[in-house]
Design a protein around this ligand. Structure first.
Ligand code: ADP
Ligand code: MG
Ligand code: ZN
Length: 462
């Protein structure tokens, strides 16, 4: 039992990118603590929640993208618990009838089944502060009532790495849908893991990608050790200390019964009629996996290139625009050069001014031989970092090649006349002499020539 098999199930919370909260009109964007609150999200007696339609749209779209069956009639429930982050002493969530059920997401060739996708409100955030004997907690109710979609998987994730890839894949889907709020703390998960012969342990509230994988890895190692020493892994809830990279016990697992779910009486059942559903289906973009398959079929791309180009919707759009000009150049410019530059500078394309028009413009110039490879790359770097479109940059700096070939021919003739010995050597088959001559011509023209064109002219003089 060197490497016991693990089973992992994730309960992932993602903040939906609505302008207002789930059950009131308080804005979701607020900086000063406790400034975006009202009687609803502060849980005043008698206040009535009103459901945010946009959040429902988004949750349905997430469920559709994860291949779920949509519940055409769903409702909300009260999950009762007592804690300072919850002014009402219950959280409005979904229990018996979630938005969607029984979906899947394919990750590393494995179909990970999705148990359910549901909507719920975020509790307030607690900030633990102070030091020594003066330790206290602050409550910020700005978060209270922020719309979350919760995605619960079946325990079909096979390893911490697989979990990491699942998150990558999920985020890709959410990014394509444009329904989540970017940022480090938006992705929270309860990470459930068990190993052969042991009970399941739930590591609560792990924030961020890296931490999720680390929490699972360290919990896997702990369970393996317990088992190897002849102990039994017990069913429990643990926390994760990201600094120590280890999990610690919180409590023996509570069961769902402890929450005493009841149907929320202040909200009506939601009926998703066929018209509503089909209009949402119409708003669904082609997702990354689908797009990669299409790129392989339509453009004959290798799987690797297709996947890389489909990763980000904006990158994919830029590629497709450029492919209309020239497919080979588009693959080279976008997947090799542009993505290389973005990765190197740790930039997302959405954080730059790069658009389809700018990249297509560059590919056009390359196709007509008006720019050297070196200057093309330089212009891409400037585009990514400074936002100046390549064509503009190349024009401004006089880096466009004059394709009117008489100037080039003249330069070639001049160079050959001055270096007839090298030209003779080339005529007798010396490749180095050809490169030498091309170099001289390029220098004479200050790089504003197409080396291939120069070569052709020299060869033509043989
Ligand atoms: P609860 O509601 O008590 O948290 P659930 O049965 O709803 O428990 O499951 C919650 C999560 O735990 C799900 O993501 C599920 O996939 C995962 N899970 C269930 N059984 C196991 C197991 N044996 N090993 C790992 N994860 C599990
Ligand atoms: Mg749970
Ligand atoms: Zn409010």
């Amino acid at each position: 039992m060197d490497k016991p098999k693990s089973r992992i199930g994730l309960e992932i919370h993602v903040q939906l990118s609505t302008e207002s909260k789930l059950f009131c009109s308080c804005p979701t964007a607020a900086s000063e603590p406790n400034t975006s609150t009202c009687e609803v999200c502060l849980g005043f007696p008698g206040s009535k929640p009103v459901l945010n339609k946009k959040a429902v749209d988004y949750a349905i779209m997430v469920a559709l993208a994860l291949n779920c069956r949509i519940n055409t009639g769903f409702f909300f429930s009260r999950k009762t618990y007592f804690y300072p982050d919850l002014a009402k002493n219950f959280q409005i969530t979904q229990y018996e009838a979630p938005v969607g059920e029984k979906g899947f997401l394919e990750v590393d060739g494995v179909k990970v089944n999705i148990r359910r996708v549901h909507l719920e409100e975020d509790p307030a955030s607690l900030i633990h502060t102070g030091s020594g004997s003066n330790v206290y907690s602050l409550v910020d109710y700005n978060r209270s009532g922020i719309p979350l979609v919760e995605i619960v998987t079946e325990p079909g994730i096979q390893s911490p790495e697989h979990a990491r890839h699942f998150m990558d894949e999920l985020l890709k889907v959410l990014g394509y849908l444009g329904v989540y709020t970017h940022g480090d703390s938006v992705l929270k998960a309860d990470c459930n893991i068990s190993i052969e012969g042991g009970e399941r342990v739930e590591v609560k509230n792990v924030t961020g990608f890296r931490a999720i994988q680390d929490a699972l890895s360290s919990e896997y190692e702990r369970q393996k050790k317990v088992t190897a020493e002849g102990g039994l892994v017990e069913r429990e809830t643990r926390g994760f200390d990201a600094e120590k990279g280890a999990t610690y016990p919180l409590r023996k697992k509570e069961t769902e019964d402890d929450y005493g779910y009841i149907a929320e009486p202040d909200l009506v059942d939601v009926e998703v009629d066929p018209k509503w559903l089909s209009s949402l289906k119409g708003r669904m973009p082609e997702l990354a996996a689908e797009k990669a398959r299409r790129f392989m079929a339509q453009y004959g791309l290798r799987e690797y290139d297709a996947k890389v180009l489909a990763l980000d919707m904006n990158v994919a759009d830029v590629f497709e625009g450029a492919a209309k000009v020239d497919l080979q150049l588009a693959v080279r410019v976008v997947s090799r050069e542009l993505l290389g530059i973005l990765n190197y500078n740790k930039l997302a394309i959405s954080g730059t001014k790069i658009d389809s028009k700018g990249i297509s413009g560059l590919v056009e110039l390359m196709k007509s031989g008006k720019v050297s490879d070196r200057n093309a790359k330089e212009s891409l770097i400037r585009y990514a970092l400074e936002g100046v479109a390549p064509k503009e940059f190349l024009e401004k700096n006089g880096l466009l090649i004059d394709t009117n070939s008489s100037g080039v021919e003249e330069a070639v003739k001049g160079v050959v006349a001055e270096n007839w010995q090298a030209f003779d050597e080339f005529r007798f088959g010396n490749q180095k002499s050809l490169n030498f001559l091309i170099g001289l011509v390029m220098r004479r023209l200050k790089g504003k020539a197409d080396a291939r064109q120069v070569q052709k002219i020299i060869e033509g003089m043989k």
